[in-house]
Design a binder for this molecule. Structure first.
Ligand code: PLP
Length: 408
């Protein structure tokens, strides 16, 4: 689903750092979808904000976040980590959410959206399986059948998550085309949606895809920065840190952590991409730096591609970061320099992950360990306040940690 023709010129009137009426962040975003899906996508575009603003929707969303997900997630002052980096570091503990990461914030929101729209079936794509598990979870919760598309190679690599999805009642369908990984799973999910656009709702797992998904997912994840504001106020007497650091695959945990700070330029926003074996090694997922403008999954953004527009297969030791693009808002924040995009290699992330274990007794997801690795690449003042979004826990990564550090 890549198509570099018909790329529109930038649309005037973008509302600040948010999205404009046509679904663009600056020149990025939009909705390039097959004609068969127009009515469905338009329905969602026309209704998502209205539905999200209904009092009954907000109430149900808030109550599930509290009693089912376990929110608010703590904002924890990591004293030993702070001492090491000679500054003040808070960890936003998304790792403590039900299912182990931030992804559940979004899937809870979208299952409620699907119900409001009267949909009877859910489909989703998944790479490492984390979004698949979060989707299967909320489908069980809502009693709605779901089908998860997953690349054949990922199914073999991520057996425990496949088992989880099946236990939760989902049907897992292997994507056998192309490189048999995430982008192929996404293509299959879109194909399945075209076959039954009226009854099916598609739950996308990050701030990617066509309008309104990037904006809708960012709004569901914005609970992260909403909480950081009042929690930091309690701890420090100010809502505003000097830095917010988050890892970035598609970009949803970063978007959620940045959301309420986008207009405040005193808060520096740092996104950390996976450099894999090194940015120039040919085995990387440093999408914003290596990416060129193009269209993937219905949205104009920055993506890793060859000169003739073939997507370059991304690589990272963390399965959750190896998406070949970034969400359109991140492309805009990158080009406009509102946020800074750093990257960390596999080795740097693994060492930083282990460091957090030893210093704080927290085993982070390897994705989150990339955010931690940025601490080594930045210069802080002692009085700075740094909030680092710990997007997930490391249980799912135990085998990778075991192999890497030879812990057998
Ligand atoms: C999926 C995942 C990510 C990457 O996704 P974003 O949309 O960029 O947030 C990061 N951390 C964890 C723990 C994940 O499961």
């Amino acid at each position: 689903m890549i198509n570099q023709e018909n790329i529109p010129s930038p649309i005037e009137g973008s509302l600040g750092w948010g999205i404009n009426e046509k679904g663009y962040y600056g020149e990025f975003g939009g909705s390039f979808v097959p004609e068969m899906l127009y009515p469905n996508v338009e329905e969602l575009q026309n209704k998502y904000l209205e539905i999200m603003n209904e009092a009954s929707f907000k109430e149900e969303f808030q109550s599930l976040l509290k009693d089912y997900v376990g929110r608010p997630s703590p904002l924890y002052l990591a004293k030993r980590l702070s001492k090491k980096y000679n500054t003040k570091i808070y960890l936003k503990r998304e790792d403590l959410n039900h299912t182990g990461a931030h992804k559940i914030n979004n899937t809870i929101g979208q299952i409620l959206m699907a119900k409001r729209l009267g949909k009877k079936e859910i489909i989703a794509e998944t790479g490492a399986g984390q979004h698949g598990v979060a989707t299967a979870t909320v489908c069980a919760l809502a009693g709605i059948p779901c089908t998860i598309y997953m690349g054949e190679i990922d199914i073999a690599r991520q057996a425990p998550n496949v088992a989880r999805m099946k236990m939760l009642g989902a049907t897992v369908v292997p994507a056998k085309s192309g490189s048999r990984t995430l982008k192929d799973a996404t293509n299959e999910a879109i194909r399945a949606w075209i076959n039954n656009p009226v009854d099916v709702y598609y739950i996308i797992g990050s701030v990617v895809g066509f309008h309104p998904y990037p904006d809708m997912v960012a709004r569901f994840q914005s609970i992260i920065s909403e909480e950081i504001k009042w929690q930091l106020k309690e701890h420090e007497g100010t809502e505003n840190p000097n830095y917010i650091i988050a890892c970035i695959g598609g970009g949803s945990n970063a978007s959620g952590a940045f959301y309420h700070y986008l207009d405040n330029k005193n808060v520096k926003l740092i996104a950390v991409e996976a450099a894999g074996k090194g940015v120039d090694s040919g085995k990387s997922a440093a999408t914003s730096i290596l990416g060129k403008k193009g269209i993937i999954h219905g949205s104009k953004t920055l993506l890793m591609q060859t000169d003739d527009g073939q997507i370059i297969e991304p690589y990272s030791i963390s399965a959750g970061l190896d998406y070949p693009g970034v969400g359109p808002q991140h492309a805009h924040l990158f080009i406009s320099k509102r946020a800074k995009y750093l990257n960390a290699t596999d080795d740097e992330a693994m060492q930083s992950g282990l460091e957090l274990c030893k210093l704080e007794g927290i085993i982070p997801a390897i994705e989150s360990a990339h955010a931690l690795a940025a601490l080594n690449k930045m210069k802080f003042k002692k009085e700075d306040i740094v909030v680092l979004n710990l997007s997930g826990r490391g249980d799912k990564d135990l085998n990778t940690y075991i192999d890497y550090f030879n812990l057998k």
